[in-house]
Design a protein around this ligand. Structure first.
Ligand code: GP9
Length: 408
């Protein structure tokens, strides 16, 4: 496991000579982790209206990754947080936040704290959910703002509507008045089963009215408008131009009634499309002055989030234990899923339930429509995916980062 990380750190070190490394040194960072926010709604319309007009507009002003995959497992939102902040795989069972909150990790907040950043995390729900209180303490956040720190002036679903949540989060950052800051804000309004108050159901979803997918579209439309308001607020407060904003979805929506999706898309959905719809979430990086905007098609995953951020901020990671690689680098990479599947953008591997690689299904992605191909085309990638998952599990289950650090 140590050798695996030594090799990874060598690759990360190489990336320090790439053009974007350190271009945004010292900038503030605001991350939005959006509840159950999937990629398939981006760019789509229903009843003549765009579902996500604000995010659609943001595509032209950001680095946008349409092939960004969530890699979560049973730990759901906590897995997304662990993947993106700590750059390790989730566990095969349970949540690392709950099972190993006392371990040594090298997560974004502690790395940034050591670089002089003020680090905060904001989520308007009970601080004990997913064992966040303990895990965030371990991750060395300066402060965790929970439901106790918010005024519930827009009640939606489990707690507070995202629009008010964002507004109060910006107020909290203003009150702290510390620079540079790193803030993670975790939304909640679009939580399953996606029932929004009637007055927030703005779309005409037609025949999807009264279905869970129709409700989901209404919820994502609401989240999009909350993000639009957040951007306006950041501009009004003079924070927009000195802050890196990242936005990504945490995991899928648990809606697997494919008849509903076929109605929505107006066409049948193939097995491989189902797999990819479930796994893809959007990822945006907005840089000051809309710099470096463009769509990057390469396959990337949640585990690459912290290495990408460190790349932009110019913070070396060879003393950290991060399993991902910067999405901004040219280096080839592949995205590993907890079930042993993976994609490198050229092939996409769906493992069989017996775990035998030769029994899995390998798709060729290079000719437009994904086509089944011989499983041998995925064999090496699947082997390496298995190894990555084993390394991650071994390190977490035996608290090996603590050992590595002792040996440094
Ligand atoms: C609760 C929220 C939801 O605090 O993060 O978590 P989920 O149920 O989506 O894993």
């Amino acid at each position: 496991s140590k050798a695996w990380f030594t090799e990874r750190q060598r690759l990360q070190k190489q990336m320090e000579s790439e053009p974007l490394f350190g271009q945004y040194k010292g900038k503030n960072v605001l991350i939005v982790q959006a509840e159950a926010f999937q990629e398939f709604v981006i760019g789509q319309s229903i009843g003549g209206e765009e579902i996500t007009p604000n995010l659609n507009k943001l595509i032209g002003q950001s680095i946008y990754f349409p092939n960004f995959y969530h890699q979560t497992a049973q730990g759901r939102t906590s897995d997304a947080d662990f993947l993106t902040s700590c750059s390790m795989h989730p566990l095969p069972t349970g949540s690392a936040f709950i099972r190993f909150a006392g371990n040594e990790f090298t997560c974004a907040p502690s790395i940034l704290k050591s670089q002089g950043y003020d680090t905060t995390v904001h989520h308007s729900y009970d601080g004990s959910f997913w064992n966040r209180n303990n895990m965030y303490h371990n991750m060395e956040y300066d402060q965790f703002y929970t439901i106790k720190d918010y005024t519930i002036d827009e009640p939606i679903g489990w707690s507070l509507g995202d629009e008010s949540f964002f507004r109060q989060t910006v107020e909290q950052l203003k009150e702290r008045d510390k620079s540079p800051f790193y803030a993670l804000s975790i939304t909640l309004s679009s939580h399953h089963p996606f029932k929004m108050p009637y007055s927030n159901q703005e779309l005409d979803v037609g025949t999807l009215q009264g279905t869970i997918l129709g409700d989901y579209l209404q919820a994502t439309h609401y989240v999009d408008s909350a993000v639009g308001a957040l951007i306006e607020d950041l501009k009004a407060e003079g924070m927009w131009e000195n802050t890196i904003l990242m936005f990504y979805g945490d995991h899928d929506n648990s809606v697997y009634d494919w008849k509903l999706y076929e109605k929505f898309f107006g066409q049948p959905v193939s097995d491989i499309d189902k797999d990819r719809i479930v796994r893809k979430v959007p990822f945006f990086i907005h840089l000051p002055n809309d710099e470096n905007a463009g769509v990057v098609e390469k396959a990337v995953g949640q585990i690459d989030t912290t290495p990408t951020l460190m790349h932009l901020l110019g913070i070396p990671t060879e003393k950290s234990y991060l399993m991902g690689l910067s999405m901004l680098s040219e280096a080839p990479k592949s995205v590993v899923f907890r079930n042993g599947g993976f994609t490198d953008g050229k092939v996409y591997f769906v493992p069989s339930s017996d775990g035998i690689i030769a029994n899995g299904t390998c798709y060729d992605l290079t000719n437009g429509d994904p086509a089944k191909t011989d499983s041998s085309a995925c064999a090496a990638g699947a082997e390496s995916a298995k190894q990555d998952l084993n390394v991650s599990d071994r390190v977490i289950e035996n608290d090996l980062i603590a050992t590595f650090k002792e040996e440094e």
